[in-house]
Ligand binder design. Structure first.
Ligand code: VG1
Ligand code: CO
Length: 543
């Protein structure tokens, strides 16, 4: 194999965010932009000789081009073996599953998750470590350092690989093994859940709809739900992955998964509805005329975990991101297990899962997962719900209502203000920050502030500290208002306002969410002066 060492100049904007580096496709297409980031990743990892990798992506525009470049760079950097999903496809959970199953050194996942795709859309890249999870901050910071110092990269002089052909090919001494992108993942799901019970449920008078939103989960959902579990053909909608996701926004929430939501609120609605995002790690769960808040979903999965064969001996602990509602904490307390609170982003769950301090993890942003892999997992959550429904013979809403009756309800909403000019968003955050020290003990509209701070996390396993993870204002009794800026957007800033209020009066458990939270929503706006700083009178998306 011959290779070329290409001279390059550093880019200053390659700092990984919540989940890798995400930019517009047009940014990634700049000369050497992708190459710089890939070489910086390899540099940060040290000697790559003889190591192996899993590579795949969510199938969005630029996926295959990027994979061809990365394969040639991996060969030039000494890697010996790479597993690639057929046609360059791997969902994020499937990639995590493969890294673990094949004991790979790590993986490269090409995705910008729920961000829109296409020539004018977004692209992303992230590195996962040998436990199958996103690289921790110690590594992502190292990668960023390398991107600032890089002056050359290595790339093999080789023809493009045939990514549609299963089997082995080579670039010099490196083997490229193109594998079926679904089989290993589907086998793992079959080993976790009671497929016989779910099959029986689906064979009864029970209908389901799964919206793959023209993103990566289509082939996975068709294989698992329709082929292995016998759901009626057509249960999976928008199941063909398209490189622009059909011009849609594959974020499974009430705004962007409108087609599914309309079906689930129609007269002849199916019993169960679900959707996943661009790279297959998120999930939205719906019943007939019923939406399950993601934070509640985590709590309910935890409370009913023993219905599932893989968790029938109980859970070691439950972890949630800080802005996620405290509903799961109540379940942990009842089960007598640890509840952990981490910063936003799946990379913070890895240590807890590896150390067996947590079995289930979740985020308010439609992400749930467990120790089966080290990423959140959309279809896993769907199967978990189906497994519970099959065992309990109750509907989705009956299960949620029973949960609220037992534990009380954590009313919860997130308001997003997207594409706010960065200076405005920064000014708003500083304005909130400047009030924090004077808020504690104050009475705000009848609620007493118990704490007001910028969340910082001490990892109990490696003792690393992560600061500035979101401003939180907590009231006596558990109500909370949280403000943070997104770390996954590619245009301006996205302000996220998270609002939570606990209710255990049995007569007040079925209010409309926004209604129940009106007072806190107004309070949040007045603390942050949202309209003054951003000019916005309403959020872009409410979940
Ligand atoms: C968002 C969510 C966060 C999630 C992250 C990646 O981050 O809030 O909970 O882990 O996206 O999800 P941010 O920084 O924009 O709030 V996804 O499905 O990449 O894979
Ligand atoms: Co995602």
């Amino acid at each position: 194999m011959t290779m070329t060492i290409v001279r390059t100049d550093a880019f200053t904007d390659q700092k990984p965010g919540t989940s890798g580096l995400r930019k517009k496709v047009t940014t990634f297409k700049q000369i050497n932009y992708l190459e710089n980031f890939v070489q910086s990743t390899f540099n940060a990892l040290g000697d790559c000789t003889g190591k192996n990798l899993v590579i795949g992506g969510d199938g969005r525009y630029y996926n295959q081009t990027a994979i061809q470049i990365i394969l040639k760079m991996a060969a030039a950097n000494g890697f010996s073996h790479v597993w690639v999903g057929q046609n360059g496809i791997l969902s994020t959970p499937a990639a995590s599953c493969l890294i673990r199953k094949y004991s790979a050194f790590g993986g490269i996942i090409l995705s910008a998750s729920h961000n829109p795709a296409g020539v004018d859309g977004d692209f992303g890249i992230k590195f996962n470590v040998s436990n199958g999870g996103p690289a921790p901050e110690s590594i992502t910071n190292g990668i960023y350092q390398q991107t600032l110092e890089i002056s050359e990269y290595k790339i093999a002089n080789a023809a493009d690989l045939k990514l549609h052909e299963l089997g082995q090919q080579t670039i010099g001494d490196m083997t490229v093994e193109v594998i079926d992108c679904v089989a290993d993942y589907a086998d793992l799901m079959q080993a976790i859940f009671d497929f016989d019970a779910i099959k029986q449920l689906l064979a009864s008078d029970f209908s389901l709809r799964f919206d793959a939103m023209h993103a990566v989960t289509g082939p996975y959902a068709i294989e698992i739900l329709e082929k292995r579990l016998g759901a009626a053909e057509g249960s999976v909608i928008n199941g063909i992955p398209l490189n622009d996701f059909g011009q849609g926004h594959p974020d499974p929430n009430l705004t962007y998964a409108k087609e599914l939501v309309d079906q689930m609120y129609a007269d002849d609605a199916p019993d169960f509805g679900a959707a996943s995002d661009g790279d297959g790690d998120r999930n939205m769960i719906l019943g007939n005329h019923f939406f399950v808040t993601p934070s509640d979903s985590l709590a309910i999965l935890a409370a009913n975990a023993t219905c599932v064969p893989a968790y029938n001996t109980g859970l070691k602990g439950i972890a949630r991101s800080m802005p996620t509602s405290q509903a799961a904490d109540r379940v942990a307390e009842k089960l007598g297990i640890e509840a952990h609170e981490t910063p936003t982003g799946w990379k913070f769950f890895g240590n807890l899962l590896d150390a067996d301090l947590a079995t289930l993890c979740g985020e308010e942003s439609f992400g749930t997962g467990s120790n089966h892999i080290r990423e959140k997992d959309g279809l896993w959550a769907v199967l978990f719900w189906l497994n519970i429904l099959a065992v309990k013979h109750q509907s989705v809403n009956e299960i949620v209502l029973a949960h609220w009756k037992l534990y009380g309800r954590n009313y919860y909403t997130r308001h997003d203000y997207e594409e706010v000019p960065s200076e405005q968003a920064e000014a708003l955050m500083s304005h909130i920050q400047s009030q924090l020290s004077s808020l504690v003990g104050k009475n705000l509209d009848g609620r007493i502030v118990e704490y007001a701070d910028n969340f910082s996390y001490l990892d109990p396993v490696d003792n690393s500290v992560s600061n500035n993870q979101g401003v939180r204002i907590g009231f006596i009794g558990g109500d909370r208002i949280i403000f943070r800026l997104s770390g996954t957007g590619t245009q301006g800033a996205t302000l996220r306002v998270y609002i939570e209020s606990y209710e255990d009066d049995a007569t007040k458990l079925e209010q409309e969410t926004q209604q129940a939270l009106t007072q806190l929503i107004e309070l949040a706006s007045s603390i942050a002066l949202i309209e003054k700083f951003t000019g916005r009178t309403e959020p872009t998306v409410i979940t």
